[in-house]
Design a protein. Structure first.
Length: 361
């Protein structure tokens, strides 16, 4: 008999957590499970899943609506025989756990996509509600520590890293470069990141400014993503005199094509759990330069190394790391091969899906 899984996510947009849900729904549906979506704010994820025939309904996950939404969720679970409620963020997790007061049959599973320490109120809420949780999934070791600090029972927290579908033979595809306005021979550095504070794109611009003064080799940093800070970042690039070295390409639905055209991938985040962008870049055999967050270091530094980690805020150090991979061909080839090897051995999406399904049991 199929397991009925209801995924809960407030904003069904374009981010990494939405990709996580999309991947699991696709894989679980293919193996015969009954997957559904519950969301509040519609976006690309809800549109994609509804187009594929995945049942979906909207629910308010705001604090003021939590009690009423919990009753509505319980009614939906009772009427549809839901076995698992898989929540993606704290607000959704609270509503799911509160719904058990009205209908206790589903197992509640929570995936922690963040590494943020909670305030006192959230710690109290977690200590009160999470004993009823079936399982909490952290996507990295740091995420597990944060969950425990935030009041989750340690025995219920497991680490299941994110994953991607390995490309059998990653092949360079430079066709997108002319579309982006890149000249022949330009070294292409790229990142897939929303223009929000935690992605550290202002810091990245500082590093690009430093890099420009270190080399005569033509290069371009292509930033793929939209968000509220985009106008501010464009203005900063102009003020730094690097508008010709940075291309803000906006949100791209062809991220894989961008990565196959790139030479190097960077992650400038000040806070990150486990970046799907980094995993996709590794899948495309791209060496990495990242900020020295614990999870970034796991991906870049953890054996075999496939990139260089630099402390957030060290713009000169970040620029020197990029320059090293621009100039050291042997190191570049080594890191490129290691990136693919790590995806195949550790971060294969099929392993992620299997581990998540076992967490439901």
């Amino acid at each position: 008999m199929a397991t009925k899984i209801l995924f809960l996510i407030n904003y069904a947009g374009n981010g990494g957590s939405e990709k996580y849900v999309d991947d699991l729904v696709r894989i679980f549906t293919a193996q015969g499970e009954d997957c559904r979506l519950c969301y509040n704010v519609p976006g690309a994820l809800s549109e994609r899943l509804e187009a594929r025939g995945v049942p979906a309904f909207r629910l308010d996950f705001s604090r003021s609506a939590a009690l009423a939404s919990a009753r509505k969720l319980a009614g939906y679970c009772r009427e549809n025989g839901i076995d698992v409620l898989h929540a993606q963020y704290p607000a959704e997790n609270v509503v799911a756990l509160l719904s058990l007061r009205h209908y206790p049959a589903p197992k509640v599973v929570f995936t922690n996509h963040l590494t943020l320490r909670a305030g006192r109120l959230w710690r109290m809420i977690n200590r009160a509600l999470t004993p009823k949780l079936h399982r909490a999934i952290a996507v990295c070791a740091e995420g597990r520590r944060v969950l425990i600090e935030n009041g989750f029972p340690p025995e219920k927290v497991v680490v299941i890293p994110n994953g991607v579908e390995p490309d059998e033979y990653p092949v360079k595809d430079l066709s997108v470069r002319p579309e982006l306005g890149l000249g022949e021979g330009e070294f292409m550095v790229t990142t897939l990141a929303r223009c929000v504070p935690e992605k550290g794109l202002g810091f990245l611009l500082d590093a690009v400014s430093k890099l420009r003064g270190m080399t005569d080799r033509p290069f371009r940093c292509v930033v793929c993503g939209d968000g509220p800070l985009l106008p501010e970042l464009k203005e900063k690039a102009a003020q730094l005199g690097i508008a010709d070295r940075v291309l803000f390409a906006g949100y791209r639905s062809d991220g894989g094509r961008i990565l196959r055209a790139a030479d190097l991938y960077v992650n400038s985040s000040s806070s990150e759990a486990m970046s799907f962008g980094l995993l996709e870049a590794m899948n495309a055999a791209l060496p990495l330069v990242v900020t020295a967050l614990e999870t970034n270091r796991e991906l870049a530094d953890g054996g075999p190394a496939c990139g260089i980690a630099v402390e957030y805020g060290d713009a000169e150090g970040f620029a020197k790391a990029v320059l090293r991979l621009m100039e050291d061909e042997a190191l570049y080839r080594e890191y490129s091969a290691n990136a693919r090897r790590k995806v195949l051995e550790v971060y294969d999406l099929s392993k992620l899906a299997g581990d998540v399904y076992r967490a439901y049991q």
